[in-house]
Ligand binder design. Structure first.
Ligand code: ADP
Length: 381
């Protein structure tokens, strides 16, 4: 198309050159999109670089890509005298804009100093950027899903191992406990021996507790399900933990949804879930803080949230959170079985757990339980 104000054969040539530049730009961007190499920011930067040269006045043009309220790429700088922009729509939602900016005045054309062909080009570029984003997001969702599957698979294998070990140990342990109790009943035991036998029995009881937790983690303790009010469960757990919270200078905030539909679950096991999460939250706030326990429901799930304002969870800890015997606490401070037990119980109920945390700001554990039957999923983020 000939440019306004410049009739004659020269301008046809110039217009053709413009079209060639525009096609070159689209081709370059489609190549970048096809390669999709490097980080998203690097790809967007390449796109911004390619756009800038395709406009009629490249010497005063800069280009930028804004995504989710943040400038993600910028090629060239200068005052924003004229701007042409096109929205980036990903899956029907506007996520940002692609912009071309002129830093100086230029003669008026179709849209300020911009050509209508440049408008079409900008919209095509915005479409390409949206396609790149969709591709990147689908890839990262795929990666996260694979990670989750691997994690779940690893936990299942460890669960089988743990269950095997627990069964093997249960029997000799029963023997130790039984014989210790028998020996304790012998008449005229010297006090020292009686004390030693008590210690044997106490150690065997502790070991039995560890094994019970391992079996819970490995879903070897089938839940005894009945309809249950999650809000009542929270109140019950708090009765047990209230004085502990007061001692730790922790402020408890409850946000319990009224009219919560009942979940079909094992009350004892869910109480264990809540207790483990609350104890961890309290231990994460050695200098006090806020503990929030919330319940909610959507069409398919009941939600139980335990949130603290404690030390938070670092990325390397997050990756190992649900592994049995993983603990960051001092010897005697933790067994590393709290969260594996939570995980075992929740998955046995067909539910899922999601963890979010910012180091120094706290952690949030979200347990989802199906209101009807559901699949087992584990998510950690
Ligand atoms: P334990 O509490 O015995 O260490 P868990 O399995 O319950 O075992 O927890 C494993 C680890 O996860 C803890 O040692 C701690 O590092 C981390 N953790 C769990 N809950 C929280 C929390 N609310 N805030 C910070 N870290 C946590």
């Amino acid at each position: 198309m000939a440019k306004r104000g410049k009739p004659g054969p020269g301008s046809i040539e110039a217009a053709l050159l413009e079209r060639v530049k525009e096609l070159g730009c689209l081709y370059a961007i489609s190549q970048i999109a096809q390669r999709c190499e490097g980080s998203l920011d690097a790809i967007l930067q390449e796109v911004a670089g390619a756009i800038r040269h395709a406009w009629q006045y490249p010497e005063i043009a800069s280009a930028r890509i804004v995504l989710d309220g943040r400038v993600r790429a910028q090629a060239g700088k200068g005052p924003r005298l004229h701007t042409q922009l096109a929205p980036i729509a990903v899956r029907g939602k506007t996520r940002g804009t692609v912009e071309v900016i002129y830093s100086e005045r230029r003669p008026k054309s179709d849209e300020g100093p911009f050509l209508k062909e440049e408008r079409s080009l900008l919209e095509a570029v915005a479409g390409q950027v949206a396609a790149i984003l969709e591709h990147e997001e689908a890839e990262s969702e795929k990666r996260a899903l694979l990670d989750q599957l691997r994690h779940a698979d690893r936990l299942a294998t460890i669960g089988q191992l743990a269950a095997g070990m627990a069964h093997e140990l249960n029997e000799p342990l029963g023997g130790i406990l039984g014989f210790a109790q028998l020996a304790r009943k012998s008449p005229a035991l010297p006090a020292e021996v009686a004390g030693d036998i008590d210690r044997i029995a106490a150690a065997a009881l502790h070991a039995r507790d560890v094994i019970r937790k391992l079996l819970l983690f490995a879903h070897q303790t089938p839940p005894e399900r009945m309809p249950l009010d999650l809000n009542r469960l929270v109140e019950e757990a708090l009765q047990l933990l209230h004085s502990h919270c007061e001692k730790e200078a922790v402020d408890i905030r409850l946000a319990l949804a009224p009219d919560l539909p009942p979940v079909v679950a094992d009350g004892g096991q869910l109480l264990q879930v809540l207790t483990n999460l609350v104890v961890n939250a309290l231990q994460a706030m050695p200098n006090g803080g806020n503990l929030t326990i919330a319940t909610a429901a959507d069409a398919r799930h009941a939600l139980l949230v335990v949130e603290d304002t404690g030390v938070g969870i670092a990325k390397d800890v997050m990756d190992k959170l649900f592994l049995p015997f993983f603990t960051t606490k001092d010897v005697g401070g933790g067994t590393g079985l709290g969260l594996p037990v939570v995980h075992g119980i929740v998955t046995a109920h067909g539910g899922s757990i999601q963890v979010r945390s910012k180091v120094g700001q706290g952690a949030r554990f979200e347990v989802r339980l199906p209101l009807r039957s559901g699949r087992s999923v584990m998510e950690a983020s």
